[in-house]
Design a protein around this ligand. Structure first.
Ligand code: GZL
Ligand code: ZN
Length: 349
């Protein structure tokens, strides 16, 4: 932006206009664009594509914003490079969806030293000084996990199922906020429910390919015993479903008779289609639609307003199994929506 101003001043001086009124007349009253650098995690999942679409379409108003988008292909060093590039380009704001929570202190310090506010979205950063970023908007990932585990607990109670529940856990990218929160909730639930057994935990990197490989491995080691697959996102669930079917096993909720139950997160369109036919027993939503909220935060900063440090997005839960219609977590009630095709058709992603 600084370079832009120097250019304008030079242009005015060069045109030899005697007084400022004259200069104003010559120069079209061009409003300065707000330049925003967006460092996105990658394109690893359907959810991620929906998140990218939400942000890019929110900032596509060419008269107001100039969005510079960078896809880090799931590598933190690419995100740090992007932040440094944005600083060189002297953007007005940096949007960061951080692939993992750690490792941002120096890059964010450089942005701060350059006077560029950083808004963090979706996943979180764990930095020594929280003033290194201006605001964060995203999900309460541990609450998402708690809602899934509470639903499972109530589901087994409603079914009168008191046998062991042998669980395999396909985790997201290790160190990502979504993985940290959802895993913490499952591990706590395993400690609290004496019949729950956690047979194995492996990362599926939030991708379908890794989800399939990990599920194949888990079926090899625990095939005849495992009852429940806890997938930390829909794309891992797609991969797990492929592997389960390729192994000739059935998905469903009758775990006492060898069916394999799947729960997942994100509530993407394909994830909900698997939920609608009962392949995924429960899908806990994680909303990627925060693009418009990010423009509001940028606009507020443009007006010199102070932002609240963190904003949580509202999220739902979907199932076709009627046994559990709500969960109660930390003193608050959460509805479980009975999923229909109409519900899916009305959704934005
Ligand atoms: C969650 C987001 C996760 C999604 C995955 O907010 O960070 O990353 O759950 C995505 O689908 O890859
Ligand atoms: Zn193995």
């Amino acid at each position: 932006m600084k370079r832009f101003l120097i250019l304008v001043v030079t242009a005015v001086l060069l045109c030899g206009c005697s007084d400022s009124k004259e200069a104003g007349k010559d120069k079209a009253p061009e409003k300065e664009l707000i330049t925003v650098g967006f460092s996105q995690v990658g394109s690893e999942s359907d959810w991620r594509m929906a998140s990218t679409t939400s942000v890019r379409s929110a900032f596509e108003d060419g008269d107001k914003y100039n969005l510079i988008y960078d896809d880090a292909q799931q590598k933190q060093e690419n995100q740090i490079k992007a932040i440094r590039k944005f600083i060189d380009q002297d953007v007005d704001y940096i949007l960061l969806d951080p692939i993992t929570e750690s490792g941002w202190d120096s890059a964010l310090q450089e942005a701060r030293d350059s006077g560029i506010p950083v808004i963090v979205c979706d996943r979180r950063v764990a930095v020594a000084d929280n003033d290194l970023y201006t605001a964060w908007i995203g999900s309460d990932f541990e609450l998402e996990g708690k809602r899934a585990c509470e639903w499972l607990k109530r589901f087994f109670e409603a079914q009168g199922y008191t046998e062991a529940v042998n669980i395999v856990h396909i985790q997201g990218t290790l160190g990502a906020s979504a993985q940290i929160g959802r895993s913490a909730a499952l591990e706590a639930a395993v400690r609290e429910n004496p019949t729950w057994r956690l047979l194995d935990q492996q990362t599926g990197e939030f991708t379908q390919a890794r989800g399939r490989e990990v599920m194949e491995d888990m079926l090899k080691h625990f095939g005849d015993r495992l009852n429940l697959v806890f997938c930390e996102n829909d794309n891992e669930a797609y991969g797990a479903i492929e592997a389960i079917r390729a192994a000739g096993r059935k998905t469903g909720t009758d775990i006492g008779n060898g069916e394999i139950m799947i729960v997942s997160f994100d509530s993407t369109r394909k994830g909900l289609e698997y939920t609608l036919d009962g392949t995924i027993a429960l899908n806990t939503e994680c909303s990627p639609l925060y693009g418009p909220r990010l423009t509001e935060l940028v606009d507020a900063l443009e007006r010199g307003e102070k932002l609240s440090k963190e904003t949580f997005v509202e999220e739902g839960q979907f199932s076709i199994y009627p046994e559990v219609s709500s969960t109660f977590i930390d003193g608050k009630n959460y509805e479980v929506m009975h999923l229909t095709q109409e519900v899916i058709d009305e959704r934005a992603y």
